[in-house]
Write a protein that binds this ligand. Structure first.
Ligand SMILES: NC(=O)c1ccc[n+]([C@@H]2O[C@H](COP(=O)([O-])OP(=O)(O)OC[C@H]3O[C@@H](n4cnc5c(N)ncnc54)[C@H](O)[C@@H]3O)[C@@H](O)[C@H]2O)c1
Length: 470
């Protein structure tokens, strides 16, 4: 058995490194068109930061794990080809802003058809709209001459930040397919380290749809608790207390009830929008509207937070310095795709704030690129005002203290552990007064921050202290 994986991104890299680590007898070849990314996988500075990933890669690389740009050769040699390329939201034409752009998946299918002979198992690892396997099968059968094949759906459920843990000990592995032989071949790979009872098998369409559904349910939980956070702020209820109270109900459960500035990352929004598009396509407008509301609520949560900052700071942040702690979409990753921080920073820049940003894993070029992209309209244009702000009103610094120095406010936008360990007296001493602290992740202990002298505004917590008579 030889494995090839097309796409060396956040999913292809870690998943294949784990398979190679756990199955030393299986050669695993990860290929990508992006030379810089492949060079990074072959270096000591991996392109992706995930706790524990470095060790996994170092154990298998050079033994049975290879990274290269030799896509054709890798496909040719493999018995099993994973497609793990990006499936972003379409930005143009039919379904723009909703449907998944399947251009890269289709190109992979055509390339597999071109470079293959004999029998291949083609595994959809990318998250795809339900019934994509139908298209993959048609391309393979119409383009290839000396090829027989089986198509499997094997969506990935890892979460960034805990990818290695999730791959090592997943809640379940899902394999959808039609050929029992092909399903068994993939089951045998995972069974090297995952108990058989956790490997679920379904038909192709259930597997494809389960991934979109899982992400929709997870995102829905975030939007649900965030919706309640707005009501908490208005009424004096505390969202963390509400979450604890409802989370002890075993039917609800305690996980994924942390209120915040909103979900980010490359998947939740794109997968829900894709679900919305599919529902519309299949003539289910009410179902589409139901799921779209999850994204609308998420956008509202980000906007509400930046508006709260402006309102609290006497209705203007113009020419005020705001220290931004964290830019990644969550802790323990360098991924900034769809990070809530991008939109909050953009809104503050448009209010003419000066931002001093610190994130332990995100470099300055990436921050500028994300903000530039967020300010670019659908015709690829960016206004002079936005460009000027991005060039002149952003400084990226090396630690939280520098970000807070002479600042009017601090905004915590990512829940990095190191932010909890700071000398907050020192932070407070260097800030202007009142020292506003906007905690977008409810990360810091409000009482101890207030005892130092910060004016704290947290998510789902009323900014006004309750009066004795209330
Ligand atoms: N990131 C996550 O946490 C996560 C989790 C589960 C599922 N997914 C899904 O997995 C898929 C991949 O996501 P990702 O985050 O790894 O994306 P990514 O953008 O990090 O990586 C995709 C890679 O594929 C490469 N690629 C594109 N077309 C190619 C081609 N024709 N030949 C060779 N390489 C090609 C790109 O250069 C890129 O490096 C998506 O469908 C995503 O929805 C992602």
């Amino acid at each position: 058995m030889k494995i090839c994986c097309i796409g060396a991104g956040y999913v292809g890299g870690p998943t294949m490194a784990m398979i190679a680590k756990q199955c030393p007898e299986i050669p695993v070849h990860v290929v990508d068109l992006n030379q810089a990314r492949i060079d990074a996988w072959n270096s000591d500075q991996l392109p992706i930061y995930e706790p524990g990933l470095h060790e996994v890669v170092m154990e298998a690389r050079g033994r049975n794990l290879t990274f290269s740009t030799q896509v054709d050769a890798a496909i040719e040699e493999a018995d099993m080809v994973f497609i793990s390329v990006n499936t972003p939201t379409k930005t143009y034409g039919i379904g723009a802003g909703r449907a998944a752009n399947l251009e890269f998946v289709e190109k992979c299918a055509r390339q597999i058809a071109r470079c293959s002979s004999g029998h291949k198992i083609v595994v959809e690892k990318s998250t795809l709209p339900v019934r994509t396997a139908q298209a993959v099968k048609r391309i393979l059968s119409s383009e290839a001459t000396n090829l027989t094949f089986d198509v499997l759906s094997n969506p990935e459920f890892l979460a960034e930040g805990t990818a290695v843990e999730d791959l090592l000990d997943p809640d379940r592995v899902l394999i959808g397919g039609e050929s029992q032989q092909a399903i068994d071949a993939l089951c045998d790979v995972y069974a090297k380290w995952i108990p058989r009872e956790r490997i679920l098998t379904t038909n192709l369409w259930s597997s494809e749809l389960s991934k979109l559904t899982a992400n929709a349910f997870l995102a829905q939980r975030v939007s649900s608790i965030n919706a309640i956070s707005a009501l908490c702020e208005a009424t004096g209820a505390d969202v963390d207390e509400v979450a604890r109270a409802i989370g002890t109900d075993s039917r609800i459960g305690p996980k994924f009830l942390k209120s915040s500035i909103g979900f980010g990352g490359s998947c939740f929004q794109k997968d829900i929008l894709n679900l919305v598009y599919l529902c519309e396509h299949f003539g289910l407008p009410e179902v589409a509207a139901y799921w779209e509301q999850v994204v609308i609520m998420n956008d509202h949560q980000k906007q509400r937070f930046s508006e709260r900052i402006v309102k609290t700071m006497f209705n203007t942040v113009s020419d005020k310095k705001i220290g931004i702690w964290g830019f990644a979409f969550k802790k323990d990753t360098n991924d900034t795709r769809e990070s809530a921080a991008i939109y909050i920073c953009r809104d503050l820049l448009r209010e003419r704030a000066r931002l001093t940003i610190y994130d332990p894993r995100v470099p300055v070029e990436q921050i500028r690129a994300e903000l530039t992209y967020a300010c670019t309209d659908s015709n690829g244009q960016i206004s002079d005002a936005d460009r000027h702000m991005i060039e002149n009103n952003i400084e990226v610094v090396d630690d939280c203290y520098a970000a807070a120095d002479q600042a009017h406010a601090i905004a915590v936008l990512t829940e990095w552990d190191e932010f909890k360990e700071l000398d907050f007296q020192r932070v407070h001493d260097t800030m202007l007064r009142p020292a506003f602290l906007f905690d977008g992740r409810n990360l810091l202990d409000r009482e101890s921050m207030e005892s130092i002298g910060f004016e704290v505004h947290a998510i789902g917590k009323s900014s006004q202290k309750p009066r004795a008579e209330d």
